[in-house]
Design a protein around this ligand. Structure first.
Ligand code: ZN
Length: 447
């Protein structure tokens, strides 16, 4: 058979096959050298996702400026880049010390060169302001829109204004996720919030913040002053007590009209020994006043810890009678879950909420009751919980997720099917395993 007659694989099929290699960079490189026909497709996958690693303390990261030169010189290749990750090489700096710093000028220059960028990950990056020579560099008014922006950034030296500068570069962001945000303590919030430089184009659709947040909720204040307050449909928030909680409250009031999915992790508030009972009142949340809210997710952390009344001795002569003792003991027993029940009770008149999910995390101490089912049964006031849940007129699913795995699911199933018998009978009750980072479907992004 001559060369001319040799059967050829159609190019679409080649592209398809090379697509299966998208995670295998070594083979893709080999493919790109094997034939002209394969080159385009191999490049598409090779350059789809690009990582720029910065050395410790770099400001600006040399690799970032080298990358800028590369994209300026390769106008075809840069069109393939859909995901860019900028991170500091070393990982083990506790508070962001030593992380490479990026300024808004450098970042904007790079991002404006990437017409098809969908996802930007800033990982272990801080923002300590502009480098020398930036005063004369103009910024373009050209907000960058992204499908996903991951912001694992900041340090104990970062000024709020520098973070605000970075945020000002962005326009429509479908998913803004900030697993970690760190800030210097001494920001002058009033001064910063007066600035005309707030991110005036930022329109976030889904916002998820992480557990590691030293910003004291000040970023909620920043977001409140951006167009995002009119576009946020999904919010996933980890929250600490104090100002963090107050600022989250103000922020939530502002996004009330558009919010569809809400996930709150308030375990830091519930478990804060300093938190007084007033802060466990959640009437202000008034979830039934959110006209579009369809799903609520909440985190419930339960321990098998010792209760103060376990230490009561017969010498404690309490003449007030047994009723008070019982009240005191049930308060102690249900303290960890009370906040969650109170939050749900602010949603009961809602006509729109159809899905409630509760992520359950057990913290077990040695020498105490270990059975997840017994802890769940004993540490939640199920009578009150049932009353509250009965008030949800449109409930379609009530999901309990267990981050401890299948063992906890199996141990809790008979308990939940009993204490929530009606919901089980109606087919509303669900149990499943959940990963620690689980977020409700409305807060996830498809890859
Ligand atoms: Zn700069």
């Amino acid at each position: 058979m001559s060369q001319r007659q040799r059967p050829r694989v159609p190019p679409e099929l080649c592209d398809e096959i090379i697509g299966y290699l998208s995670a295998d960079k070594k083979t893709l490189k080999a493919c790109s050298l094997a034939s002209r026909q394969w080159l385009g497709s191999a490049r598409y996958h090779l350059f789809n996702s690009v990582a720029v690693r910065a050395p410790k303390d770099a400001n600006p990261p040399r690799n970032l400026t080298a990358f800028l030169e590369f994209v300026l010189a390769n106008t075809q290749l840069k069109r393939h880049i859909q995901c860019l990750r900028i991170s500091t090489e070393e990982q083990n700096f506790g508070y962001g010390d030593g992380w490479a710093s990026v300024c808004q000028h450098d970042l904007q220059e790079v991002l404006l060169q990437l017409p098809n960028l969908r996802k930007l990950v800033l990982s272990r990056i801080r923002f300590i302001g502009c480098r020398l020579g930036c005063e004369a560099r103009p910024l373009q008014v050209n907000p960058i829109s992204l499908k996903e922006l991951v912001f694992e950034a900041g340090s104990n030296d970062d000024e709020l204004l520098d973070i605000v500068d970075i945020l000002s570069l962005f326009g429509d962001v479908e998913m803004f996720s900030a697993p970690r945000i760190r800030l210097a303590e001494n920001w002058d919030i009033d001064n910063v919030l007066q600035t005309p430089l707030l991110p005036e184009h930022l329109r976030i659709r889904t916002l998820a913040t992480g557990f590691d947040d030293t910003s004291d909720g000040v970023l909620w204040e920043v977001f409140r002053r951006t167009p995002s307050v009119h576009t946020i449909m999904a919010l996933g928030a980890h929250c600490a007590s104090g100002m963090h909680q107050e600022r989250l409250g103000d922020f939530m009031k502002d996004i009330r009209a558009t919010l569809v999915h809400l996930y709150l992790d308030l375990t830091n508030v519930f478990h804060d020994g300093e938190t007084d009972q007033d802060l466990l009142e959640w009437d202000w949340l008034a979830l039934s006043s959110y006209p579009c809210l369809q799903s609520i997710g909440l985190e419930l952390r339960l321990t098998n810890g010792v209760l103060p009344s376990d230490f009561a001795t017969e010498d404690d002569d309490d003449d007030d009678g047994d009723d008070d003792d019982d009240d005191g003991r049930s308060y102690e027993l249900f303290r960890e879950s009370m906040g969650l029940v109170n939050i749900l009770s602010t949603a009961v008149e809602s006509k729109s909420i159809r899905h409630v999910a509760i992520k359950v995390d057990f913290v077990r101490y040695h020498g105490r009751e270990q059975d997840a089912g017994a802890i769940l049964e004993g540490r939640v006031n199920w009578e009150t919980m049932r009353e509250v849940l009965d008030g949800f007129g449109s409930l379609e699913t009530l999901t309990f997720g267990f981050i401890g795995g299948q063992g906890d699911v199996d141990a809790c199933r008979p308990v939940l099917e009993r204490v929530l018998e009606d919901f089980h009978a109606r087919g509303v009750l669900r149990l499943e395993k959940m990963s620690p980072g689980w977020l409700p479907p409305g807060l996830q992004i498809e890859e």
